[in-house]
Write a protein that binds this ligand. Structure first.
Ligand code: ZN
Length: 460
C-alpha cells in the first residue's frame, strides 16, 4: 500500500501520543494504534513490516505458545518484538508496529511475533501478510463472541492469505484442515498409554468426517475431538506429522523432529502443556533454531514458569490454573488436570467472564458443555464458587454429582479464600480467567497466608 503524506502525518501523531502517554506514566499498548486506525483505516497495511512476521492463533493455548516462543527467542538473543501484554487485537498490533519503528515508520527489529485473536484476523491479516502462521487448535469458545467452531474455521479460512506456510495440530481434524491449499507442517502427540477410543467429554465437535460427513473410525480420542481418526467412507485421515511427541515422562518428552529423535524438558506433563510446548518447538524449528538450542532454553524457562504459578508452604501448594469463563473446553481441561493431580484438592472457581460480568452474565449454557463431572472425584475435598453466577455454578456442581456439603458459594469474590477449610487439602487450585489474574493472585496470597497459619498452629 502507498505511503501518502497523510499516512506520515498519522504516524507522527500516533508516535507523539505514545511519547506523551509514556511521559505521563500511562499505558500505551493500545491507544496509539487505535488512534492511528481511527485516522487511517488501512494504517496497518501502510506501515512497513519487519523482515519476518509470525502469527500465532487458535482457540486455546495461543498466549502460552507465544510466551514460550518469545522466552526461547529472548534467551537465544534474537532481534525481535512481540505483543506479550495481551494486546492481541488490531489496535495492539498497530501500537506495536508504531513503537518498534523509527519516525519514518521503518522497523527497528527483524522479526515480529504476534499472538492473534481469531476474531481479529479480519482486521489484521488483509493488511499484514504473515511469513509463518501457527494454529494451536480450534475449539468451541465463548458462544457470544465466537459462535461455533465451524464459524471460526470459515473465518480463518477466509482471512488467512493463500500461500502462507501453516503450522497445524495434526490431532485436531478441524485445525489440520485449515487453508488446505497452503504449504503446511504438522505437530502431533502419538498414542500414549491411557488414550482410549471413546470420548469422556460432553462436547465433541468433530462427530463425523469433516470432508464427506461419513463415519469416522478413531484410532484414539484423547479428549473432545483431539485424537486420530480415518473416515470409513472417503479415507480422509488425520495427517502425518513432522513433529511428533513419542514418549512422555514426568519431566521431559521424546520427540521425532523431522526424522531425528530429540528430548525436550517439560514443566508439566498435562496434555495441554505438552501440545503448547510442542507447537512452540515446531514453530522455533521452522524459524531455523536447532532442537538442542530450543531444549536448552526451555529447560531454564520451565522452572520459572512453574514457580510463577505455584506457591508452596510446608509441602502444601496454592496453584493458579487458567480456565477461561465461557469456554467449556478450557474449563474441562482444567477440571481433568485437577482430578489427576496427586493428593487431596480444594478448588476455588472464578468462572464469570470478566467482560460479561461488568454488564450482565447472560449466557450460562456453556456450564452444561463443560465437564464439571471431573470435579465429582473423591480426591476433591472442597469447591468454592465465587462471583455473580455462583448459584448457577453451584447447581451445575450438584448436577455433576458433587455432594452439597463439599460446596461453598458466594457472590463476592473477596470471600473465597476465607471460605477455605485449610485442614483438609494438600493443594488449593485457583481457577481464573486471563482478565482476572490480579484477583487470582490476591486470592493465592490469602490462601498462602492461611496455609502458613495452619502449619504454624500445627507446629505449636
Ligand atoms: Zn469422509
Amino acid at each position: 500500500m502507498k505511503r501518502t503524506p497523510y499516512f506520515y502525518l498519522v504516524l507522527f501523531i500516533a508516535k507523539l501520543t505514545r511519547r506523551l502517554l509514556l511521559m505521563l506514566g500511562r499505558n500505551a499498548t493500545n491507544f496509539p494504534g487505535e488512534l492511528a486506525i481511527w485516522l487511517c483505516k488501512s494504517f496497518i497495511g501502510r506501515m512497513p513490516k519487519p523482515e519476518k512476521v509470525v502469527c500465532i492463533t487458535g482457540t486455546n493455548g495461543k498466549t502460552t505458545v507465544a510466551n514460550l516462543v518469545e522466552d526461547v527467542l529472548d534467551r537465544t538473543g534474537a532481534d525481535f518484538y512481540c505483543n506479550r501484554n495481551g494486546s492481541n487485537v488490531y489496535s495492539g498490533v498497530a501500537s506495536l508496529l508504531i513503537s518498534n519503528s523509527d519516525w519514518r515508520g521503518r522497523p527497528t527489529k527483524k522479526l515480529a511475533v504476534f499472538e492473534l485473536d481469531e476474531r481479529s484476523s479480519n482486521l489484521i491479516l488483509p493488511y499484514m501478510r504473515p511469513d509463518l502462521m501457527l494454529c494451536t487448535n480450534i475449539f468451541r469458545d465463548s458462544y457470544k463472541r465466537n459462535a461455533h467452531p465451524e464459524f471460526i474455521l470459515d473465518f480463518l479460512n477466509k482471512y488467512i492469505p493463500d500461500g502462507v506456510p501453516m503450522i497445524l495440530n495434526a490431532d485436531d481434524m478441524m485445525c489440520s484442515g485449515l487453508k488446505p491449499g497452503n504449504p503446511r507442517t504438522y505437530f502431533s502427540i502419538a498414542k500414549q498409554p491411557g488414550d482410549g477410543g471413546g470420548s469422556r467429554n460432553i462436547v465433541q465437535d468433530v462427530p463425523a468426517c469433516p470432508k464427506c460427513g461419513g463415519e469416522l473410525e478413531w484410532d484414539f480420542r484423547r479428549y473432545h475431538h483431539i485424537g486420530r481418526a480415518v473416515c470409513k467412507e472417503c479415507g480422509f485421515a488425520s495427517p502425518r506429522a513432522e513433529y511428533t511427541v513419542t514418549e512422555l515422562t514426568g519431566t521431559d518428552m521424546q520427540a521425532d523432529v523431522r526424522g531425528r529423535t530429540c528430548r525436550f524438558p517439560l514443566a508439566n506433563s498435562a496434555y495441554i502443556n505438552v501440545y503448547n510446548s510442542l507447537a512452540a518447538i515446531a514453530l522455533l524449528c521452522e524459524l531455523g533454531l536447532t532442537p538442542e538450542t530450543i531444549a536448552g532454553a526451555l529447560g531454564s524457562i520451565g522452572i520459572s514458569a512453574t514457580r510463577y504459578m505455584e506457591e508452596e508452604a510446608n509441602g502444601r501448594k496454592a496453584i493458579l490454573h487458567l480456565a477461561k469463563g465461557q469456554n467449556p473446553v478450557a474449563c474441562s481441561r482444567a477440571f481433568e488436570n485437577i482430578r489427576d493431580y496427586p493428593g487431596k484438592k480444594a478448588v476455588i472457581l472464578f468462572l464469570d467472564d470478566f467482560f460479561d460480568a461488568q454488564h450482565t452474565v447472560e449466557n450460562i449454557s456453556w456450564l452444561y458443555d463443560a465437564d464439571f463431572e471431573f470435579l465429582a472425584d473423591q480426591s476433591v475435598v472442597q469447591l468454592i464458587a465465587a462471583g455473580t453466577r455462583h448459584w448457577d455454578v453451584y447447581l451445575r456442581l450438584l448436577l455433576a454429582g458433587v455432594p452439597a456439603e463439599k460446596i461453598d458459594h458466594m457472590p463476592n469474590t473477596d470471600g473465597a479464600a476465607e471460605a477455605l477449610r485449610t485442614e483438609e487439602p494438600d493443594s488449593v487450585f485457583i481457577l481464573y480467567d486471563v482478565y482476572t489474574i490480579s484477583l487470582a493472585e490476591d486470592t493465592q496470597r490469602l490462601v498462602m497466608e492461611r496455609l502458613k497459619k495452619e502449619a504454624a498452629k500445627n507446629a505449636d
